[in-house]
Design a protein. Structure first.
Length: 189
């Protein structure tokens, strides 16, 4: 019966999201995967042959990008006005170093272009980048490479975001309260 339910793409999608949210809430020593757990569960289901129709995948991607925009939008323009030049340089350095590393791997190891693009998208944890890679290359190897690199990208982000403040002895709660107090006048509820 469960196998029959998994053949329904809507049930499979619901199960992937539900299990991802459950897994994402589990904390080990203060670290959790949060919503990234949904992608890990989706990769696991994909490994076992569960397929979600392209239309549902595109709809999910649109919702993902929309929610990121709603969440980050108000602060984005404020940050861009005050630190725009620094943010542009930092972005170019990060993406440029990922592309340069990808090119080195491509030519040194003979990896095909779709796989390299998927590896770059996964390492940068860029789900929209994966969508572009799939549409551009029309190859499943981009998805496979993304699935290989994504866990390492997420672990890198978690280690950087969670451990760096502890190493630098930064009180994130105090910083968040100070930022919230500063923004209250600019962005009323």
């Amino acid at each position: 019966m469960f196998a029959t339910l998994l053949q329904s793409s809507y049930f499979a999608l619901f199960l992937i999201v539900a299990l991802g949210f459950i897994l994402g809430r589990i904390q080990i020593k203060g670290l959790s995967l949060d919503v990234s757990a949904v992608i890990f569960i989706a990769l696991l289901f994909g490994h076992f042959g569960v397929i979600i129709p392209k239309e549902l995948g595109n709809f999910g991607l649109v919702l993902f990008i929309f929610t990121i925009g709603i969440q980050a939008g108000p602060g984005f323009f404020d940050s861009f006005r005050s630190k725009g030049k620094t943010l542009i340089i930092l972005t170019l350095l990060i993406v440029g170093s990922a592309c340069l590393t990808g090119l080195i791997f491509k030519y040194a190891l003979g990896i095909d272009t779709p796989s390299i693009v998927g590896l770059i998208a996964g390492a940068l944890t860029s789900t929209p980048g994966l969508a572009v890679a799939i549409d551009t290359t029309q190859s499943s190897s981009a998805s496979i490479a993304y699935g290989i690199a994504y866990p390492f990208g997420v672990i890198g982000v978690i280690l950087f975001v969670k451990l760096l403040p502890k190493i630098l002895r930064i009180d994130l709660n105090a910083e968040a309260q100070a930022l919230e107090a500063k923004r209250k006048g600019k962005y009323p509820p």
